[in-house]
Design a binder for this molecule. Structure first.
Ligand code: ARG
Length: 466
């Protein structure tokens, strides 16, 4: 393309090198911002008309022209041009082709620097709202399953060794809590996204009598940025979302890892639905947990984006630098990956079969009630350290005999501690152990039932705030 088509043609006499044109272009990926770019431009034109920089008629023609372009892009009929570099210049150039001289006035009192900062905030705000909806749906699903599993016994693990019995509902609500914090973090990031940078111009503001608060109102921003240099220079708001996304992916990855383990024949706790798995081309017996594995795998990618964005910012002097164009692919892929990952888990969980009998059997096999025996001895006057040792002896005895603690006879148990009485068997059972953990935040089925209802109420409250 010749110099005559560039926005900066006045200063230049030679054309842009063809490779450099390709190297500097972002339209290949930033075109997805067109809705939000057009929205920002319309508000800018309306504001310019309100303060008398444009006539009402000019603003109306600009807005109509932009609406027509938007419809054309929606319909897939817009001809994007790499020579026009990015989404902003593509739209503005076509606007001018369509409506003539008036199109050239849209960029009055604006720079692409504050334009792109505005566009990306508008876009990200919508994306964050969609992610919040996805998180909400996932939490709703977890609460639904937890409600049905408040007294399903399973082994609880530390160091991936059977530790103490818990309920499946309790375990699922642990996942719920992670996502609840993710939701809070993302909502909080939204507050810092929702501020209008437009009016910062290239970096120092503008000599036109703009009304930034009007533009903010038109675009639904809760506030206006305080400093023009900062407005165009920083991308911390999107790094923050990426950090939040990385953390959510880490949560998804941990859950995925559990699902992968639980679906092995060795654990046998769950069966994933066929639709979420694939077979092997060579080993007929295989059913591979592809979806959880991908959740785990995609976590690395999002974490990588976070590091990329942090490195992108670290050496930049104020104010805007072209480096910032590199924020987009990392951000977009982060948002897409997180959204799909949340959706995948939300759809996979209800299609999963939980093998309750197997979970109970495994909880009964790992001496999971040894702590309960120690606690019992403490209640009978033994100091905890001695009780721990006595209970450990009982475990050894049971291991030698190849049975669980509850299967030892009273005589055998008394060899470990003389104070043990007939009532010990009530605490050595899985249900006795669970029922004993009867406090706020504990795994007793009644507590888990209450926790499920609190979780459901917290989800309802989130929707009422909106
Ligand atoms: N495509 C650019 C970006 O993403 C728009 C801003 C360009 N501004 C400039 N002065 N070159 O950041």
């Amino acid at each position: 393309m010749s110099t005559s088509d560039k926005a900066w043609k006045g200063r230049f006499s030679g054309p842009t090198d063809a490779f450099v044109e390709h190297f500097t272009a972002s339209v290949g990926f930033d075109r997805r911002l067109y809705h939000h770019d057009i929205r920002g431009s319309k508000a800018h034109a309306q504001m310019l008309a309100a303060v008398g920089v444009l006539t009402g008629d000019e603003a109306a023609r600009i807005c109509d022209g932009l609406a027509a372009i938007e419809a054309e892009i929606d319909a897939g009929q817009f001809a994007w041009s790499v020579a026009r570099e990015d989404v902003h210049m593509n739209i503005e150039a076509v606007l001018t082709e369509r409506i003539g001289e008036t199109g050239k006035k849209l960029h009055t009192a604006r720079s692409r620097n504050d334009q792109v900062a505005t566009t990306i905030r508008l876009y990200l705000r919508d994306q964050v709202d969609q992610l919040l909806d996805r998180l909400h749906a996932l939490m709703q699903t977890l609460v639904g399953i937890a409600r049905a599993e408040t007294d399903t016994v399973m082994p609880g693990f530390t160091h991936l060794q059977v530790a103490q019995p818990v309920t499946l509902g309790h375990h699922l609500l642990a996942w719920f809590e992670m996502f609840m914090r993710d939701y809070a973090r993302l909502s909080d990031a939204r507050v810092r996204i929702n501020v209008l940078p437009l009016g910062a111009g290239a970096l120092a503001g503008t000599s036109f009598p703009i009304d930034r608060h009007l533009t903010a109102r038109l675009l639904g921003f809760a506030a206006v940025t305080e400093n023009s240099l900062d407005s165009v220079a920083d991308r911390d708001f999107l790094i923050e979302v990426t950090a939040d996304a990385a953390l959510t992916m880490v949560h998804l990855s941990r859950i995925a890892e559990e699902l992968i383990l639980w679906s092995t024949p060795q654990f046998g706790f769950i069966e994933l639905a066929d639709g979420f798995c694939t077979g092997s081309s060579i080993m007929p017996q295989k059913k591979n947990p592809d979806v959880p594995e991908l959740l785990r795998g995609k976590t690395g990618r999002v974490t990588g984006h976070l590091v990329a964005l942090l490195m992108l910012m670290k050496g930049q002097p104020l104010a805007y630098n072209k480096d910032n164009q590199e924020d987009k692919e990392a951000l977009f892929d982060t948002l897409d990956t997180l959204s799909d990952s949340l959706r995948a888990l939300t759809e996979l969980l209800p299609a999963t079969t939980f093998h309750r009998e197997r979970m109970r059997a495994e909880a009964g096999r790992g001496y999971a009630t040894a702590t309960d025996l120690a606690d019992y001895l403490v209640r009978h006057g033994m100091p905890f350290r001695d009780a721990h040792e006595a209970s450990g002896k009982a475990v050894r005895l049971a291991m030698d005999r190849g049975v669980d603690l509850a299967a030892l006879s009273l005589d055998e148990l008394r060899q470990c501690a003389a104070v043990i009485g007939e009532d010990v068997f009530a605490v050595l059972t899985l249900d006795g152990s669970l029922a004993a953990r009867n406090h706020f935040g504990g795994t007793a089925p009644t507590q888990v039932q209450a926790a499920v209802e609190r979780a459901a109420a917290r989800l309802r409250a989130l929707k009422q705030v909106e």
